[in-house]
Design a protein around this ligand. Structure first.
Ligand SMILES: Nc1nc2c(c(=O)[nH]1)N[C@H]1C(S)=C(S)[C@@H](COP(=O)(O)OP(=O)(O)OC[C@H]3O[C@@H](n4cnc5c(=O)[nH]c(N)nc54)[C@H](O)[C@@H]3O)O[C@H]1N2
Ligand SMILES: Nc1nc2c(c(=O)[nH]1)N[C@H]1C(S)=C(S)[C@@H](COP(=O)(O)OP(=O)(O)OC[C@H]3O[C@@H](n4cnc5c(=O)[nH]c(N)nc54)[C@H](O)[C@@H]3O)O[C@H]1N2
Ligand code: SF4
Ligand SMILES: [Mo]
Length: 708
């Protein structure tokens, strides 16, 4: 019975592109993983990571049973024992030190796993602490904050209508490596080429000539962290040249004149000096944005995780709006997902700065504090100090700034529990690790990424394999913990239904749903009849109907921040180098380096540096170098690259698997270092508290010969 061949259609959950894949199985064995050619959205496209789903599933290092630390050893324990132990520790810490003495950190894969999204909140509410952190503030917090402040909801985040645009300006994003982000865009390379095929253009602004830059119509190097000067100068040009056209937003914006006044000092000449991009090029880009029928400006990690992240994301919105590209085909639009569609008055609009973190006074956003505050909240004594930590699908020891402080902080905790599949750089500090089922053993729905997709689609996938006896899904672990904790607190606790039941309700009451009388009459049952997903059509203009009031252009927070930007001019000292990150299509943040398939071939973790910068420091190609920042230093191998802007060096994140106690046999063979030993928890976007992972000042010198 077990050797029947079956094909399972599914979305790949590894990155935001959510490609449709076809997994062929024979019993409990995976025979092949291919792109699903019948998928209306991804059209058969996959990247090399899709086949690594098999490696993750069969990885002997992947944990499948709860484990408890005993000295330097780990012992398997039962789920019941694990839940009771964790509940005892958490409630005892809270009794001794107050509710806020427990912290939470949720990482990136929790957004790719719908059970953690539906059930995570309830666990947090049961624990009842205010100390929440997540990868959001290492990433897209500025996008969400701008959505909240300008449009009234944190999920009103427009995406570029890449399939219809005639001009796309990509600032600080490298979709050919990342496969797109805050823009769910499978098969992105062909979608970009299609812009060119229909006579349009796309331009990349990046301190590195990236894979995306290489196929662009134009690429301009930019000094890291200076993008706000570029964007403001573009906005100014649109005003100066009389090109303002609000298009469909004409009656739905406030504060246009205030913005016109505020950007006056930010001339293209000033921007040229700061960015390194010619003033006439800047004017030309602004005019193209205004004069092209269907143009879109899109900014990603390079402009979110830098010192002016919020200002950049705000300026990108303003630029799209004043050039008539907001809410039009070919411009930027907000998707209409089947689940979690945002309409006026929708729940979860978000809130900002209603509270501030205990030590550094950083603002709360929608229930969480910036991740840069986590180490100090653990290490600074006093009321409200974090003494116990819960991590969920997160590896902050490799992904958050000032990693050595964070490691020290984790060491000093009274108790730590991790819901995770690996014993890695973060979870090695835990007292208990609770491993969920493999992704292929549970069902799947993309709550987050359908909201950001360049085409409206919806797909539901049943599990590929039955979960092995005695294993639990992430959401079941959350219920197990919450009920044990609630019992100790004397609280009533009624677990939420399974994710698919919540999903069904959401689909039925969504814009295509049966319960609202929509023509499609969508229910989960109906969706399940479509194994390749349902195409819901191209993005549609919808913005005025979604706003509760006018879109606010003249946000006080942003106009005030212009002074900080002006004061930041010429901060870079002679000979200084700025560190930026880098992604590679065969890697995914910190947790996929245990796949032989993905890590074989040339190393991908080296420092990239311009040959002139190397010559000036007497550094040979492929030599070992010492990189130092305010907070730390690492040694690694440098490779010369003409693709780097002089004065800028690039080191990817997510490496550094040789720490003691890590059980990642393949990853630990790799020599890459943890670049977040260099990034600085005191270097962040002061508006949002989002980490500035790009533009970090560093020095690079030849490494001293190692003592033998
Ligand atoms: N310098 C620098 N630092 C960066 C970035 C950068 O560009 N430069 N990028 C930042 C960004 S954008 C992000 S999103 C973060 C990512 O950083 P994190 O949010 O820390 O995410 P990952 O590094 O992907 O670690 C994921 C963890 O989840 C576990 N895991 C995987 N799948 C599951 C699952 O289904 N369930 C559970 N419970 N666990 C699972 C893995 O074992 C791993 O421990 O890194 C940030 N850090
Ligand atoms: N293969 C792969 N795919 C991934 C991931 C992965 O780790 N590997 N991670 C996923 C995650 S969590 C995310 S958030 C997305 C990120 O998706 P992207 O943002 O597209 O990915 P990055 O490669 O970080 O692109 C950021 C670009 O900004 C540039 N940059 C750095 N500093 C600056 C600056 O100051 N100004 C400008 N203009 N550019 C700058 C960098 O050189 C880089 O090319 O990718 C997702 N997809
Ligand atoms: S681009 Fe690769 S990792 Fe991302 S969803 Fe598609 S196949 Fe998966
Ligand atoms: Mo991310």
């Amino acid at each position: 019975m077990t050797d029947v061949r079956k094909t399972h259609y599914r979305s790949c959950h590894l990155c935001e592109a959510i490609c449709g894949i076809a997994i062929e199985t024979e019993g409990d064995r995976i025979v092949s993983i291919k792109g699903d050619k019948q998928d209306p959205f991804s059209r058969g496209h996959i990247c090399p990571k899709a086949t690594a789903l098999q490696d993750l599933h069969t990885d002997p290092d992947r944990l499948t049973k709860p484990i408890k630390r005993v000295g330097d050893d780990w012992h398997e324990i039962s789920w019941d024992e694990a839940f009771e132990l964790v509940a005892d520790k958490i409630t005892a810490i809270q009794e001794a030190h107050g509710e806020n003495s427990i912290g939470f950190f949720a990482g990136n894969p929790s957004v790719h796993n719908y059970g953690t999204l539906t059930h995570g909140g309830e666990l947090r509410r049961t624990v009842g602490t205010e100390n929440h952190f997540s990868a959001t503030s290492l990433d897209q917090l500025p996008h969400m904050l701008v959505g909240h402040l300008m449009y009234g909801h944190q999920y009103l985040v427009p995406v570029a209508d890449i399939d219809h645009t005639n001009f796309l300006l990509i600032i600080g994003g490298n979709p050919l490596a990342s496969n797109g982000s805050m823009m769910t865009v499978p098969d992105v390379k062909n979608r970009l080429k299609d812009i060119q095929n229909r006579g349009g253009k796309f331009v990349v602004i990046d301190p590195r000539r990236t894979e995306t830059a290489m196929i662009a119509d134009e690429h301009h190097f930019i000094r890291p962290g200076s993008d706000a000067f570029l964007l403001l100068a573009m906005i100014r040009t649109v005003f100066e040249d009389g090109l303002v056209d609000l298009g469909p937003m004409a009656d739905h914006v406030a504060g246009l004149e205030e913005v016109r006044e505020a950007v006056r000092p930010f001339t293209p000449e000033l921007a040229a000096g700061q960015t390194g991009i010619d003033a006439d090029v800047i004017r030309g880009l602004a005019r193209t944005m205004a004069e092209t029928d269907g143009a879109a400006a899109y900014g990603r990690m390079g402009v979110s995780t830098q010192a002016f992240g919020t200002l950049c994301q705000w300026a990108i919105q303003v630029l799209n709006i004043i050039t008539g590209n907001m809410d039009v085909p070919g411009g930027i639009m907000v998707p209409t997902p089947a689940f979690g569609n945002v309409t006026p008055g929708a729940r979860g609009a978000g809130y900002f700065a209603t509270k501030h973190s205990r030590v550094s006074g950083l603002p709360i956003f929608s229930g969480e504090y910036p991740a840069v505050a986590m180490a100090e909240e653990i290490m600074t004594p006093g009321e409200g100090q974090i003494k116990g930590l819960v991590t969920i699908a997160a590896n902050p020891a490799l992904s958050a700034p000032n990693a050595q402080d964070l490691n020290e902080a984790f060491e000093g905790l009274d108790f730590m529990v991790s819901i995770d599949i690996y014993l890695n750089e973060t979870t090695r500090h835990a007292d208990v690790i609770l491993p969920p089922t493999s992704a292929l053993e549970h069902d799947h729905y993309d709550i987050s990424f359908n909201r950001l997709a360049v085409r409206n689609i919806t797909r539901y996938n049943a599990p590929v394999f039955d979960p092995p006896e005695g294993t639990k899904h992430d959401w079941e672990i959350m219920i197990g913990l919450a009920s044990a904790i609630a019992r100790r607190k004397g609280q009533d606790y009624k677990p939420l239904p399974a994710p698919h039941i919540l999903l069904d309700q959401g689909l039925q009451y969504g814009p295509y749903g049966k319960a609202v009388g929509a023509e499609m009459g969508l229910t989960l049952e109906k969706l399940m009849e479509h194994p390749h997903g349902l195409d819901l059509g191209p993005l549609q203009p919808s913005m005025p109907e979604r706003l509760s009031g006018p879109a606010k252009l003249d946000l006080e927070l942003m106009l005030d921040d212009l002074k900080r930007l002006m004061d930041s001019r010429h901060r870079v000292a002679e000979g200084e180098l700025l560190l930026i990150g880098r992604r590679h299509v065969r890697s995914n943040n910190s947790w996929m380096h245990n796949s032989t398939r993905l890590t074989k071939g040339p190393a991908r973790w080296q420092l990239m540096m311009h040959p002139d910068d190397m010559a000036a420091r007497g550094i040979e190609n492929e030599a070992r170098v010492r990189i130092a920042s305010r907070v730390g230093a690492v040694e690694t191998v440098v490779i010369a690259s003409e693709d780097m802007m002089p004065g800028v060096v690039s080191l990817p994140h997510g490496w550094g698997h040789r720490e003691k106690g890590v059980k990642l046999s393949v990853a630990s063979e790799q020599a890459g270092v943890n670049c977040n030993i260099l990034t600085d928890d005191k270097f962040f976007d002061t508006v949002s508290g989002n980490a500035a992972l790009n533009g970090v000042p560093v020095s690079v010198e030849p490494a001293k010969p190692q003592a033998v």
